[in-house]
Design a protein around this ligand. Structure first.
Ligand code: CUA
Length: 169
C-alpha cells in the first residue's frame, strides 16, 4: 500500500514538474511581447481552475473516512489516553473488535504523538497528545489482537520507550 502511494505521489510530482517546466519554457516567449498573450492567459486560467476543481474532488474522496469526526457516538466505547514523560495511561486497555472506539487523547506534561499500530507495524491512526487539550479520534478495530501505541513526537530522553499495548478482543 505504502509503495503504491509513493508511486502515485511521484507521478503527481512529475506532473507538477512538467507544468513548471512548460511555464518556464513559455514565459520568455510571452515577455518578448509578440502577440498570442490572450489565449495563453485564458489557457492558464482554465488550467488553474481545473486544478482547483481536481484538488477539491481528490480531497473530498480521500477525506471521507475522516477519523476525527466523532459526533455520532453510536454506542462507541470511550477510551482516555494520557501521555506522560515517558509512558501512556490508557483506560481501558481491553477494547472490543468490530465496534467503534473513541479515543480521548491528552497529555500531563509536554506534547506527545499518539500513534496506534497493528501487529504488522502498520500505522492505523494517530493524533497529537497535548497538555490542556483533548483530541478525539474515532476508530473501529476490525480484527482482535495486540496493538501497539508508540509516541510520534520527540518528547525527551526516553521518547523511544513510550510504548504501550492495546488488547482487542
Ligand atoms: Cu512522548 Cu515522544
Amino acid at each position: 500500500m505504502q509503495s503504491y502511494v509513493l508511486v502515485i505521489s511521484l507521478l503527481f510530482l512529475l506532473m507538477v514538474a512538467a507544468v513548471f517546466w512548460w511555464v518556464v519554457r513559455h514565459s520568455t516567449a510571452d515577455a518578448s511581447g509578440a502577440g498570442a498573450g490572450g489565449s495563453v492567459e485564458s489557457y492558464r486560467g482554465g488550467l488553474f481552475w481545473g486544478l482547483v476543481a481536481l484538488g477539491l474532488v481528490v480531497a473530498a474522496l480521500t477525506l471521507r473516512p475522516w477519523p476525527y469526526d466523532v459526533a455520532a457516538s453510536d454506542g462507541a466505547t470511550t477510551v482516555t489516553a494520557t501521555g506522560n514523560q515517558w509512558s501512556w495511561e490508557i483506560v481501558p486497555q481491553e477494547l472490543p473488535a468490530g465496534r467503534p472506539v473513541i479515543f480521548k487523547v491528552t497529555s500531563n506534561d509536554v506534547n506527545h504523538g499518539f500513534g496506534v499500530y497493528d501487529a504488522d507495524g502498520t500505522m492505523l491512526f494517530q493524533t497529537q497528545a497535548m497538555p490542556g487539550y483533548v483530541n478525539q479520534v474515532r476508530y473501529t478495530f476490525t480484527k482482535p489482537g495486540k496493538y501497539r501505541v508508540l509516541c510520534l513526537e520527540y518528547c525527551g530522553l526516553v521518547h523511544h520507550d513510550m510504548i504501550e499495548e492495546i488488547n482487542v478482543k
